[in-house]
Write a new protein. Sequence first.
Length: 735
Amino acid sequence: MRSRLGPYEGPEGTNRLLYMSAADPEGLFPYGRLGPAQLRAELAHARTEPVPEQAAPGPAGGSSGDPAGTEPDDPAAWAAREAARFRALYARADGAAREVLVHKAVLGCAPLALLSGAWLQWLSDPGNADDPETLHLLTRYAQDVGVGHPRASRGSAWLELLRKLHLSEQAVPASRLSFDRRIADGCFRLPAVLLTMSRFPETFRYEIIGADRCLRAVGLLPALGFVRDALPDAADWDALDLGTTRDATVAGRPEDGGADGAPVRAADGAAVGRGHAWALWALRQWSDALHDALCASLDPAHDMRELLRQRAREGAVYHHDFPLQGRPLAQWLAECVTDPGPLLAALSTSRLIRPGAPDRSPLVNALIGERGPMFRVFSPDDVAVIRRWIASLGASRDADSSDAGSPDPSPVPAPAAALPALPALSAGAGDEGRVPADIREAYHLLQKRADTPALRRFALDHTRRWLAATRLGARRGGLPLPDRWAPGGLRPWLLDQHDRHGAEFEETARVPLPSRGELIDSTVQLAPLTLIDGSWIRGFTDYAEATSDVGHFLFATYWDELGNGEVKLNHPLIYREVLAEMDVRLPPTGSPEFARWPGFRDESFALPVYWLSIGRFPRTFLPEVLGLNLAMELSGVGGSYRRGRLALRAYGFSTRFVDIHNTIDNVATGHSAWAADAIDTYLATLPADDREDIRGRAWERIRTGYLSLQPPGGLRARRVRRMPRGRRRHGSPTA
């Protein structure tokens, strides 16, 4: 029988294509016809689908429905019963079949497990970075990605399991998993929808929270219970259990909220309920289908039929001269694309097969052997399927079975009706959106994670213009960064710069401090910049980037800027406390009122809009972001932060904001050091061929990014940086 998960359909399969697209940190959503309306329709399935029959798992696997007396929406109870059902299936299998079940269970869980927690990746943005709920969610996400360490995410732990089982050929990056023909298209639906919802965080914030609660209550995916029993040392099982807390340094505080999830306002409870109900419904659908597929695989003939189906199209091109029961094998193969049963039956009685004896069967020891005409046509996994089927034929005949394609040894529930297909993806069919009218509107719109083609073009164009103006000015003067990157790294240079900052501070010790009014004005005008602290690296909250060798430095920096999940350490909130001492109370950063607040000058939005623009492209502008990050983290250490402290203290204002930055940005173990290490890590991975000068070109882009924090002035540079002509309806150009 065919599993309701569906066969491999190639990368064009709707679920796998959506999975691949949604895993792209720079992907544009809405994507064609797939947007919030279609996602809401998907969420509605949980309300319209009938609840499974109330039945305990029987000897043949039965239903995963909840027995009478239990709550149908209790994920933990369901997961426990479902895990028992999979264990019972594994217990009935023989030695060879057990290995098959382990591999198929691991592969079936891979699309979700490789991105465990990724649905939380965009719930923080510059406009809500001081919100306690957001900080709680960011804490949970930091645990999932293993903040501060490369390749330490829950998904990385899953990748290690795949590698130990030799199943990881197409698992890096995770989006490439969509090409793995061993995984059915249906296995991608749940994670694909979750990832796509994560690209609409403003729309589906609470549905995501609800789904996350459900998944963490489930903990270890039920299909993995027997795998953990069989291979207790093959994986970090605690990391693969979403219900566990991984890192004591980012957990256990009172505001963490425990396993129940983030505290949620009552008005959003309905959305949380929708997300929770959908996640459990989707888990049921997927787990039932995976159980059916594993149950079917207890019969070696099932996997042999699927192998023939998968390979029939390419094989039909050949074998026109090879007869099988009076017909060319090519004809059998052509028909096998839709129905492999007749070919399987014909093969079982042919001279190619010795029932029960794979080693004596010409199909194995001659045709596909190292000297055969089909050598390496089948992979080692394919050969294992063939051998297992041939071995089973002897047992079948001993049992007086004459049908090589005999039914499964245990009953398999009939597949449920197919789920409604997700909309086909087609680029260019979505809403174009609007271009920001001026720099203030750009500041407001760019804080959100949601994107439109028009806003994407604006951000990309604005970033390119800013960098072009930076390169234009760089030709006229030197840069603090060395002309060439040395393999010894940037740490020695970093110490030199720190010494220079210290010397400059001493030299300016007698320079008069600004007046109280000047200090307040500069503090206010810096608010649009400071209150979106870390926005230039927000693209590195994306799951793949946050765990990479380079990106983990930047995600750890972002995590620090927002206070490691603690309200009392959150930099935007600390800055607002200073403003409050100055009798300045601003609207919420993400609100339109903040961008239009009359106390700001237009030029105060210039650098923030550049940060918000480049932060949307962690891959396209990686070298420039690395340079900008170094400039930003190093800019005040040892010098201007210390002078700022003198001014704030002189007028009785809190110095906490500058104090905390002067310490966490330090050049030994702080953000400045991490910024240098990120650059060194990136450049060390590039070829050192002097003829191509790949490192040299990347270094020049890093130098441009470094200078872009304070781009040179001049009329020509300002013209290059200004907002595109013909797109402004009112307001001033970028300064």
